[in-house]
Structures are given as structure tokens and as C-alpha cells.
Design a protein around this ligand. Sequence first.
Ligand code: ATP
Ligand code: MG
Length: 251
Amino acid sequence: MVALVAVSLLSTRKLNRRFGGIVAVKDVDFSLEQGEIRGIIGPNGAGKTTFVNLLSGCFASDSGQIVFQGVDITGQPAWKRARLGIAYTFQITSIYPGLTVFENVAIGAQVRIRQSSKSKASPDEKPGLEEIVDNCLRLTGLDRSRTRLAAELAYGHQRLLEIAVNLAVDPVLLILDEPTQGLSVDEIEEFTGLLKCIRSNRTLILIDHNLPFVMNLADRVTVMDQGGILAENDPKGIQRDVRVKTAYLGE
Ligand SMILES: Nc1ncnc2c1ncn2[C@@H]1O[C@H](COP(=O)(O)OP(=O)(O)OP(=O)(O)O)[C@@H](O)[C@H]1O
Ligand SMILES: [Mg+2]
């Protein structure tokens, strides 16, 4: 029998970020394996969004190191990290309301096509724009809305569109910051199915206050509190952890 070897995708060492007198992220040592779904939970202001902003390059770190696929990306700007395969969906939806659903996703597909034009794969193996967009629309269930303006979509569908745009880029690591915020129970169920579907060839970081949603999907869960990592374990271990119950679950 061949032993499965866990491949490290991303790691941070002693990562720090302050905002004036506020310590938002403090000495964070974190590591992520290829293919896992990692949940990040923690109370408001724990530093979750700041931490993933440091990973995506939206914020620069004050000190510490970030390594992605063996490359030190600590000093790299966000656009370079995106090119390496790190995609971040904002806590606030960030789509183009004046463009159609198809056109929004086509923007992501164009980024992917531009990047793959530099790869050595033969043109026959590279999917075209329409094929990429169609796939992403089918996956997210937005195919029936392809000609509608993004602004006309219900909020839950706008969030799905944002995911579709990101999927079109074909990222290695997809970071979702509070994706279920504002979604109905049915939409969350649909969204859970979508994430189960796309996880086969991707690594996901999932930040959310909806604990059943995170616990259902995540392989491992990292709990942040006051800028640091309070605990890390599989979902069952986290639910049993007394420190987590005290700091976050309020028990
Ligand atoms: N741009 C900023 N300027 C100043 N302070 C900031 C900024 N962004 C975050 N902070 C502060 O850093 C700390 C961590 O905030 P962060 O948004 O990372 O927390 P969070 O865990 O994502 O919280 P939430 O669950 O509410 O989204 C908080 O005290 C916050 O007020
Ligand atoms: Mg946040």
C-alpha cells in the first residue's frame, strides 16, 4: 500500500500586523496542506480577516514570513500572489453590477486564459473562454441567469457570482471570508453542496461565524482570538476544546 504524503501548500511564521495601537495579528504560525478545507473561526475582531488579507497580499505584514508552494511570497504584491493561485473573496461582495453574469465570469476566465498562454500545454488542452464560463455557471447554478445584469440578482446569487468569477481564474487556494453572511438556510445548503463539489482539486480557507456550516465542511479548524491562534484541531476536537468553549462558544 502506498502511504499518502501530506503536501504543504502554505505556511506562515511569526506573522504580525498592527493598526496603530491595535495588534490585529500576533505571531501567527500557520500551515495548510494541499487539498484541505480549513475553517477559521473566532470572535469579532479576532484577526481572521486581517490574517487572510496578509495571505492574499491586500495588507503587508509588519514582520514574519509567508511561504506558498515553496516560494517566499512575504514581500510580493497582491496581484503577484493572485497570479500564483491565491484567490480571495471579500467579506463584502465585489462584482461588477453593470455587467451581465456571463461578462463578470468572463473577466475571471480571461485572467486564466492570459496566464495559461504562458504555460506549455498544447492549445487543444486549454479550455476556451466560453467553456470556462459555462462550467463555472453550471457549477454555481447561475446558468439560467447568464444574460441578467449582476445588479439584478438577489444577494445570495451575487455571492455565488463572486465565487464563479473566482473559480473561473482556477485558483490553487480559494479564501472565502464569511461566504454565508446574508444567505438563507436553503442557500447555505446549496452553497455547502457547491463547496463539496469544487473541493476535489482545490484548497479552501473558510472563515465564517456559522459554526455548523464550518464544522460540516472543514477537515481542520483554526480558532483565532486576540490576533493569535487559540486552538487547531479537527471539528470534533474543536467542539470539545475547553479553551474554545470559553473564549468563543461562550460556555
Ligand atoms: N483597516 C483597519 N484599520 C484599523 N484597524 C483595523 C483595520 N482592520 C482591522 N482592524 C482591527 O484589527 C482587529 C482585527 O480585525 P479583523 O477584521 O481582522 O477581525 P475579524 O476576526 O475578521 O472580525 P469579524 O469576525 O468581525 O469579521 C480589530 O480590532 C479591528 O478593529
Ligand atoms: Mg472579518
